[in-house]
Design a protein around this ligand. Structure first.
Ligand code: CMC
Length: 382
């Protein structure tokens, strides 16, 4: 083995290949860039397949046949309920707790009640069953806590509704419009998977010790929470609120850039010329704004997007349009990142299963830059 001093070090692990994966590809056709889930271009999936079909694709390796989808969907619908002690816990966790922390706790609690909790961590079939249950349970957990913390009774999941409509109905207490429901479903499809982003990496590291799937998901949720990753969709909304009016947008962004502020919802470690997810989602923001008859946020967002893209060469990422999209759906700002988590759980689980199917402990090295070797002085001589 070569010494640590001879090995290349890349800050933030930029460009380091830490895994092989058959789940997502950010290289696109002939290295032209883009996003593919298991060989399917995101542009071809978006609008053509539902979140349920996408989750099946990630967990089972290919798009489902009609019969496979029917069975998968009925398993999801049958798994949406939560154990009573978790619902009780939602009443006892302090109201001030961020929903992202509560969904992290929820997954930890759900582990105790999972019928496969004692299966070996490398049991592929048990891991797929655990993953399917989490895909079904996490939206209920997000919605129940939201209702309870706002002093409302939880709305039971409805087995006659699909994944997207059921969630919006459980949170808002009313059926979403078809435009709203399909835009929400699309946002989940776009959020489902993204190769070796920070949260997926932490999930893979966690289970590489032969820890269990739920532990990997808990680690991933904790990692997603930060504003440089999933937390950016909430921060992107705060940008729009701070700007406040279309008239203020140009001055606000020029001042912010002059002050070298980091503009949340822009930039990406891998996509340097644009995030395909943002391009796909943007027209749906405009459509929903038109449906609710309020285009103010679109008129604030557009000049900011133009300036940051042209002056800083930082195109918007997926979190920039999704913040507006969720606002138009009447969702509280602090649900934006938990929604990202309840979508991404299918991708995280697919990676966890892939890791456990071909596991080797992840244990990199660090280059030491501390004081040189020195003697330990007795306490009185220090
Ligand atoms: N606004 C202003 N400047 C930026 C931004 C931004 N959004 N992003 C990067 N920069 C600047 C940064 O200040 C630095 O400038 P300098 O070299 O002068 O110090 C330079 O670009 C490189 O920054 P970096 O943080 O080393 O670059 P990175 O490739 O590691 O950044 C990023 C990736 C996503 C962390 C960063 O673009 C960022 O912080 N964006 C805002 C947060 C955000 O929207 N995150 C969501 C990411 S995509 C989906 C998701 O994971 O949720």
């Amino acid at each position: 083995m070569s010494s640590v001093a001879e090995e290349p070090y890349r800050e933030g692990l930029e460009g380091v290949i830490a895994n092989e994966t058959a789940i997502a590809n950010l290289e696109g056709r002939e290295g032209s860039g883009g996003l593919e889930y298991r060989g399917y271009r995101i542009e071809d999936l978006a609008g053509n397949v539902s979140y349920e079909e996408t989750a099946f694709l990630l967990l089972h390796g290919d798009l489902p046949t009609r019969a496979q989808l029917r069975e998968f969907d009925s398993r999801l619908r049958a798994s949406r309920d939560l154990p009573a002690p978790l619902v009780q816990l939602f009443r006892e966790i302090p109201e001030t707790a961020h929903p992202m922390d509560v969904i992290r706790t929820s997954v930890s609690v759900l582990a105790h009640f999972d019928p496969d909790v004692n299966a070996p961590p490398t049991d592929h079939a048990a891991n797929v069953r655990k993953a399917e249950r989490l895909v079904a349970q996490m939206p209920t957990a997000v919605a129940f806590r939201e209702r309870i913390v706002n002093g409302n009774a939880p709305i039971a999941p409805r087995a006659d509704l699909d994944h997207a409509a059921n969630f919006l109905n459980m949170v808002n207490g009313k059926m979403p419009s078809p435009t709203m429901s399909s835009a929400f479903d699309l946002s989940l499809v776009l959020y489902t998977e993204h190769e070796l982003n920070a949260s997926t990496f932490s999930a893979r590291v966690t289970v590489s010790t032969l820890s269990d799937l739920h532990s990997g998901i808990v680690a991933a949720i904790g990692t997603l929470k930060g504003p440089l990753h999933g937390g950016a969709n909430e921060e992107a909304w705060k940008v729009l609120e701070e700007v406040g009016s279309p008239e203020n947008a140009l001055k606000w962004i020029e001042d912010a850039l002059a002050q070298k502020r980091r503009i949340m919802g822009f930039g990406h470690r891998v996509y340097k010329t644009g995030d395909p997810r943002s391009r796909i989602l943007k027209p749906h923001c405009a459509a929903l704004a038109a449906e609710i008859g309020d285009d103010r946020w679109e008129r604030i967002a557009e000049p900011i997007e133009q300036i940051v893209t042209t002056q800083k060469h930082l195109p918007p990422n997926v979190d920039w349009p999704s913040a507006r999209l969720y606002h138009y759906m009447g969702l509280d700002i602090d649900l934006y990142t938990p929604i990202f988590a309840m979508a991404r759980v299918a991708g995280w689980a697919a990676h966890i299963i892939e890791q456990l199917d071909h596991n080797r402990l992840m244990r990199p090295r660090a280059r030491y830059i501390g004081p040189p070797n020195r003697p330990v002085k007795p306490l009185d001589a220090r």
